[in-house]
Ligand binder design. Structure first.
Ligand code: HEM
Length: 137
């Protein structure tokens, strides 16, 4: 197989460096959420123990990026958008999620164009999860 053909088969998961880089991003994301006052509203929505979320979000992102799909076998029939419908996500908490994730992705050894594309997609998902838009006026 030629180098060009190999490149076509590369997934975003391969391009960012696989599971270790995804876990690095997710760990940094939850460390930021857990330690900075700017993310207090987002942190308050989560359980005290963030370890299960570190595992679950890593697994989801690994599958979402085109890597092993274990998360979907472990969560049969779960749609990540619907799973958030029960949460009172407003613009503030969605913006905090995107801001912390953007910082984590930017700090990781991920190609900046790929990081930008990832963040465009993740921002769209996060905005789509908003259930309580800020009131006008
Ligand atoms: C819009 C901002 C977001 C907020 C405020 C938010 C908040 C939360 C909270 C509070 C939980 C824990 C729910 C529980 O304990 O049952 C959670 C779980 C989770 N979130 Fe989000 N989330 C957001 C965006 C996202 C996005 C964009 C993704 C996907 C890229 C995502 C993926 C997940 C996953 C995979 C879980 C774990 C589900 C499980 O294992 O049951 N979240 N989220």
């Amino acid at each position: 197989m030629t180098a060009a053909a190999n490149q076509v088969k590369q997934t975003p998961f391969d391009m960012i460096g696989g599971a270790p880089v995804v876990r690095q991003v997710v760990d940094r994301f939850y460390d930021l959420m857990d330690s900075e006052r700017d993310y207090a509203a987002l942190r308050a929505m989560h359980a005290e123990d963030l370890a299960p979320m570190r595992t679950s979000l890593s697994g989801f992102l690994i599958a979402w990026l085109g890597g092993p799909r274990d998360w979907f076998s472990e969560h049969p029939g779960v749609c990540v958008m619907s799973a958030h419908a029960k949460l009172a996500i407003d613009r503030e908490s969605a913006d905090q999620w995107v801001d912390a994730m953007r910082r984590a992705v930017t700090e990781a050894p991920i190609d900046s164009e790929l990081g930008t594309r990832m963040m465009e997609a993740l921002s769209g998902m996060a905005q789509g999860m908003v259930r309580r838009p800020a009131s006008v006026g």
